[in-house]
Design a protein around this ligand. Structure first.
Ligand SMILES: *Cc1c(COP(=O)(O)O)cnc(C)c1O
Length: 400
């Protein structure tokens, strides 16, 4: 894939991506793109980014050989990229640090963000406190009920949390509301999008900030085993932790790339959040074109996953292209297999994974036994599972 240079000037990754927003946001997005491209070419910007990743986030995150889990499964060697060890407990902070630096460069004093489970809201509130900016987080009232500890975390960090009552009162609606607020306050407000979705330049920008995952992994795997893994696997919600791992591996032909979508209760009904593996058509949502779960009339479908962070009906445009090109294989893992993998990693390795990451672990659990002992699977462990213990307890019938 030597000729892989995306997005194009119009923000397209093949037929995915672009810029589908109201006139009022066009100017703001053009300005953002200009400032981002200047920052991207400025070594001082990356030096500051690297400094914060090292001293504030705690990077590089290690690559860890899960030897007991590998022995237990009796096949390929499983390595974990430990994004769960980052400050705030997931990969999301890599992106919010980058965008906060950009907001600062633009002289903005206020940031806004959308959040579903609350992880991106917490990561945004965290960097707002760190850089001395006001922060407002939009969150569906359904999610506010389900994620009370994260709501309180955001408030402790000084953020204002605004409940969104429209639609299904979840992530998709929170993102609509954040876009509306940005239109109204574009002069003093920077909008931090939490994944590789949204209008140009967000998918490219968020990817660039998350690529630290794959860049580190390439060096660390070389050091650990003297070559690159046979498979690299990551869960896909909007797709930011997966792109962060995959992008630096696009031109490593010996490494197969697997994106794991949320299969929920199964792909035959609508109780999942797997737009690519369920064969969705293209649609437009949140300012970009991409594979989108929708009914015959183009209405966006409700989604389901045991993990709130994967519960999104669309997928970032670069994933759409990587699927079209056949460079990444997308598969679905359901709630039950993810939960089993969650428990297995707890017991075999002493690591409590996020339910999102458990989907990627479950892929390794299912496939490692079919591979040889000298083959390797690198799993992106996108986050830690402390936030999920109430959900898991409820599903296991345990009351806390
Ligand atoms: C939010 C989240 C995800 C899903 O988002 P992506 O943009 O697809 O990475 C995955 N894992 C964790 C731990 C998360 O918090």
């Amino acid at each position: 894939m030597e000729n892989y240079h995306y997005p194009d000037d119009q923000g397209f990754f093949g037929q995915h991506g672009g810029l589908f927003v109201s006139e009022t946001l066009m100017a703001a997005l053009a300005e953002l793109k200009k400032v981002y491209y200047e920052a991207k070419a400025d070594p001082a910007f990356w030096a500051q980014f690297q400094y914060d990743l090292k001293h504030y986030v705690g990077r590089p995150s290690p690559v860890y050989h899960a030897k007991r889990l590998s022995d237990h499964l009796g096949g390929a060697q499983i390595y974990l990229k430990r994004e769960d060890l980052n400050h705030t407990g997931a990969h999301k902070v890599n992106n919010t640090i980058g965008q906060a630096l950009l907001a600062q460069r633009m002289g903005k004093k206020r940031v806004i963000a959308e959040t579903g489970a609350g992880q991106h809201g917490v990561a945004s509130a965290t960097v707002a406190a760190r850089f001395g900016m006001a922060c407002t987080v939009f969150m569906g009232t359904e999610d506010i009920k389900r994620q009370a500890p994260n709501v309180y975390r955001m408030k402790l960090l000084g953020a204002e949390v605004v409940g969104v009552e429209s639609g299904s009162k979840t992530l998709k609606d929170a993102m609509n509301e954040a876009l509306r607020e940005w239109v109204a306050r574009v002069d003093d407000t920077y909008y931090i999008i939490g994944t590789v979705a949204g209008p140009m330049p967000y998918p490219e920008m968020v990817r660039d900030f998350q690529c630290v995952i794959g860049e580190e992994a390439r060096m660390q795997m070389q050091e650990a085993i003297g070559r690159q893994p046979d498979v690299a696997v990551a869960c896909v919600g909007g797709g930011s932790n997966a792109i962060g791992l995959f992008h630096p591996y696009i031109d490593v032909p010996e490494t197969r790339l697997v994106g794991v979508e949320a299969g929920g209760l199964g792909l035959n009904g609508q109780q999942h959040a797997a737009p690519i593996s369920s064969g969705s058509q293209l649609g437009v949502l949140h300012g970009f074109r991409g594979y989108l779960m929708q009914d015959d009339h183009g209405q966006v479908l409700a989604t389901h996953s045991v993990s709130a962070g994967l519960d999104y009906p669309g997928v970032g445009p670069e994933h759409g292209l990587l699927h079209d090109l056949g460079r990444v294989q997308y598969e679905a893992i359901g709630d039950e297999a993810a939960l089993e993998a969650f428990h297995l990693l707890c017991l075999q390795e002493g690591i409590i994974p996020a339910l999102e990451s458990s989907h990627a672990v479950a892929w390794a659990v299912a496939n490692a036994p079919k591979m040889a002992k000298n083959e390797t699977i690198l799993v992106n462990l996108s986050g830690r599972g402390d936030k999920d213990i109430n959900t898991v307890a409820r599903l296991d019938g345990v009351s806390l």
